[in-house]
Design a protein. Structure first.
Length: 249
């Protein structure tokens, strides 16, 4: 009976030793991992890479607004329809596809006669009837010429206001991918230059954060925290920024 008890005590002691060794090994592995992590954190470099490229707009949008005043709504709508037909014909002759011409819903409101005190009376003097037109084309120069030549419409008694042409880039998503790659490459090169100057070497990139895109007029230095998309300039420049972190060997 005594021998059996001694065997059990030995087994308990052995189990305790195994548990203790396991705890020590776990502590060593954990502490080694923490040290390695801290070492990695202390031997990392974050740099900002940038890239820019000059681009030309390949889509242009012209918008106009025209209106008339009429004694009654029917004649007002008839006149607006006549103006619409003339404007559409004019734009098509200028090379714009009919499918790329859009007209808004006609809007109208009454204009009341003024009283001697300057307030409106309840008597309707006339109706103001108006409509918006928009033309989109890949012929950027053609749309630009249209905006500069609306005097021909005015000469035909069309009271039209021409807005500034808006210029866009159709492959912007592809450009963004290209510019991000270029900015990341620039970040890596900067990190490499900084580290190698002290005799070190960079390791893998551990993280990267994309900055905002700046699409500005060519030669412009405009910058915004929220990004810029300049639509007034035909010739633009796209800027991309990436913040990347690399390990240091």
């Amino acid at each position: 009976m005594k021998n059996i008890r001694e065997i059990k005590d030995y087994q308990v002691l052995l189990l305790g030793i195994v548990i203790a060794l396991g705890a020590m090994l776990s502590t060593f592995i954990f502490s080694h991992a923490v040290v390695a992590y801290q070492k990695l954190q202390n031997h990392a470099l974050t740099v900002t890479g940038s890239a820019s490229k000059d681009i030309s707009s390949d889509v242009a949008v012209w918008k106009g607004y025209y209106s008339i005043r009429s004694k009654d709504l029917k004649s007002g709508y008839d006149k607006i329809d006549a103006n619409k037909a003339y404007i559409k014909k004019y734009l098509i002759e200028k090379g714009v596809k009919e499918s790329d011409i859009k007209f808004s819903t006609v809007s109208s409101y009454p204009v009341y006669k003024k009283l001697a005190n300057g307030y409106d009376s309840s008597v309707i003097e006339c109706y103001n009837v108006s409509q918006n037109v928009e033309a989109t084309s890949s012929d950027v120069d053609g749309i630009t010429n249209i905006s500069q030549d609306v005097g021909k419409l005015v000469a035909n008694n069309i009271e039209i206001t021409s807005n500034q042409v808006e210029y866009y880039v159709s492959n912007l998503d592809e450009l963004k991918v290209e510019m991000l790659a270029a900015a990341t490459k620039d970040a890596k090169q900067r990190a490499k230059s900084m580290v190698e100057s002290t005799g070190g070497h960079i390791g893998p990139m551990t993280s990267a954060k994309m900055g905002v895109f700046q699409i500005v007029a060519k030669n412009s230095t405009d910058v915004s925290d929220y990004g810029i998309y300049n639509t007034n300039a035909k010739d633009k420049k796209i800027n991309a920024v990436v913040n990347a972190t690399f390990t240091i060997k």
